[in-house]
Design a protein around this ligand. Sequence first.
Ligand code: GLU
Length: 469
Amino acid sequence: MTVRVRFAPSPTGMFHVGGARSALQNWIFAKQRGGVCVLRVEDTDAARNRPEWTEGILSALDWIGIARGSYEGPYFQSAYAGEHRAAAQRLHEGGRAYYCDCTREDVQARTGSQHRGYDGFCRDRGLPAGEGRALRFRTPDEGETVVVDLIRGEPTFENKLIEDFVIARGDGSPVFLLANVVDDMTMGITHVIRAEEHLPNTPKQQLLWDALGVKPPIWAHVPVVVNEKRQKLSKRRDKVALEAYRDEGYLADAMRNYLMLLGWAPSGDREIVPWSVIEDEFRLDEVNPSPAFFDEKKLRAFNGEYIRALPVEDFVAACQPWLTGTDTIAPPPWQPAEFDRAAFAAVAPLAQTRIAVLSEIVPNVDFLFLADPLIDEAAWAKAMKEGAADLLDAAITAFESLEPWDAGSLKATLEAVGAERGLKLGKAQAPVRVAVTGRTVGLPLFESLEVLGRDRTLTRLRAARVRLV
Ligand code: GLU
């Protein structure tokens, strides 16, 4: 049997990191078995879908390594409306579904509760189809539905507790539960790997498979992704969009490595591993069913490690979108003509060991490209205390005639200037750093001054000195 799995996102927003995790798991599962991963865009909720969300999902998948051509599709659920309706009709004709004209209020008035579900009032009324009549599935009164789930064992549901659920609305349109099943059948899906949130739908869906006379797939419900408060990651509360991480400067390799650790780990206590190891070692049946904590701090640390592991030329190339701006990344504060490729290349190795996400490159190097540094006033107030003016004067004088203008001589000179004033190097550096870069933290100071050059360094030190008068 050829394994066929699918990833079936609904294009109703940015691409959720939990969805990206499920997509990767499906894709690897298929790859490991020489099977096929299908991408099906579940776009039948016309009110909530937008074509740009679909584009966003496709490009985010591509970014994370699921390239076009490595999956079948994309198929669009809306193209299969005929199949969905035909299945609904078949279920009706076979007596497995019936029309119902009860309103929610009718049901509540009879059952006295909002939560008990449908009471089966129309089961045997034999209503024909008609405007406003929903089609309900007639769930079996007896027996149980056993879901075979690679992660959760065999969750078992008593059929009598499953209400006669709606499969097509009053306007005749099939609901998600049915459309999703019919598409999986049409596409020959053998394994449904999806988020735990869908587990409650599964017994209903399996009953539909049975009623339509097709052997149900094997299921795998992967754990819900939660924040540090153990709440399900939500787009209103948490940063969940894969695109947001991409635009902040997370590397695709770091991101997909981290996503695969949500509920699973490679062998030997390792976390950061080459993608090929994950592709070899990942086992769906080893996925832990408990909620998986999406730890943004850990992801950041991961990303820093991935950044440091890049060859420096790759790091320089990876920074490019933040150095110029793109459709989705804001342009840097300098003008394109102010950018100096050689100066950037000179400081890139220093930045590479210090940043955790690529967007942080901008505040680290902006002093090199702007005519005047962006002064952080809090940093200024902290650094320009008593003695700063005198220290700057001495540094200016010493730097004017310094030879050679390199990091080693700059350091020795400022060290001497500080020592004459009873200041350790750290204290002596602070006013110089703020005067030149505008900030109290950043790249190593003397290497920065070397790259910035004597003239621009002196101009900035003198400007700061004027401000201190
Ligand atoms: N379209 C559904 C969702 O985005 C997925 C359903 C499924 O995987 O079966 O939640």
